[in-house]
Design a protein around this ligand. Structure first.
Ligand code: NDP
Length: 302
């Protein structure tokens, strides 16, 4: 059984169905995963002209279906992994038994919670600079956050964009010293300390500004075309925490270079176990690894 309908889960389904393991995949509340909230994907190998996130996920899913994978709508709402077969409850209504489980439930980018931010999601508001930065070539953009991700994204965007504002809510960065130095020494990055976004401004063409307040109550507006949120991600691992070990942020811990969790027969793939890379291609690759690990595990039961 595979839980999660993103690149990791679908790729695991391709490999397991081709290995004649008849995988059953539950897609969860967001079939297609985080990629369906992005615009064009231009960095996934094999699509020289780019592809929309939705179309790419539909392609990967179709590939899994072609080899006989069973893909169902439904969300896992309870998991008992304390003994085999594992017991997974779907939509609080029915239970599935599985000899092996691949957790590919992904992560969710945190957003500020502004109404205007949601309105412009995918039209200038993004939570992934590597995915969407290229669309703002030679334009002005802003990154919200002061952690390692925000610094990394600001430096990445500075290589593409004309100017990058970093909106930081305190008067210090949380990021490591090295990342801080990289940001501070980059002439294209301007840090707006002790500022908090209040409203994303824009029109039918997308974002064109951001209204901010300073801690002292003063207000200002900056002209930008892209707004990148980098205030953290939340791995979707709650359901499994009773049995599966995670780090302090909730990312599932895998063993060495494998997808094995601490529970034999349970494997993790994609963003739920990856605080670092978070790319479609790395998620897909780890789905492949989990499928191979699960197939080998099932061989020991056969
Ligand atoms: P972090 O939780 O480390 O940082 C989040 C940042 O966003 C903080 O500066 C925080 O401010 C700010 N923030 C949170 N909520 C809000 C809000 N509502 N409004 C405004 N600002 C907000 O997340 P990261 O994604 O940066 O990093 C996650 C983990 O991954 C860390 O352990 C990091 O070190 C690691 N990482 C390492 C990398 C590397 O080594 N190359 C690259 C990327 C990540 P405040 O500081 O005030 O709380």
């Amino acid at each position: 059984m595979i839980i999660g309908g993103g690149p990791a889960g679908y790729t695991a389904a391709i490999y397991l169905s081709r290995a004649n393991r008849q995988p059953v995949l539950y897609e969860g509340i967001a079939p297609g995963g985080q990629l369906t909230t992005t615009t064009d994907v231009e960095n996934f190998p094999g699509y020289p002209n780019g592809v929309s996130g939705q179309a790419m996920m539909a392609d990967i899913k179709a590939q899994a279906l072609r080899f006989g994978a069973t893909i169902r709508l439904g969300t896992a709402t309870h998991a008992d992994l304390s003994q085999r077969p594992f017991q997974i409850t779907i939509d609080d209504t029915h239970q599935i038994e599985a000899d092996s489980l691949i957790i590919a439930t992904g992560a969710t980018a945190k957003y500020l919670g502004l109404e205007s931010e949601q309105r412009f999601r995918g039209q200038g508001v993004s939570a992934c600079a590597t995915c969407d930065g290229f669309f703002y070539r030679n334009r002005d953009v802003a990154v919200v956050g002061g952690g390692d991700t925000a610094c990394e994204e600001a430096v990445y965007l500075a290589g593409i964009c004309r100017k990058v504002y970093m909106i930081v809510r305190r008067n210090v960065l949380r990021a490591s010293k090295t990342m801080q130095e990289r940001v501070m020494s980059n002439p294209k990055i301007e840090i707006l300390w002790e500022h908090q976004p209040q409203e994303v401004l824009g029109d039918d063409n997308g974002v064109n500004g951001l209204r901010l307040t300073h801690k002292n109550g003063s207000e200002r507006t900056i002209d930008i075309h892209g707004l990148f949120l980098a205030i953290g991600h939340h791995p979707n691992s709650e359901l499994f925490k009773r049995d599966v070990e995670t780090d302090e942020q909730g990312y599932i811990l895998t063993q060495g270079k494998t997808s094995h969790t601490n529970v034999p027969g349970v494997f993790a793939a994609g963003d739920v176990q990856d605080p670092s890379y978070r790319q479609a291609i790395t998620a897909a690759a780890s789905g492949c690894m989990a499928a191979i690990d699960a197939d080998r595990f099932l061989n020991t039961l056969d």
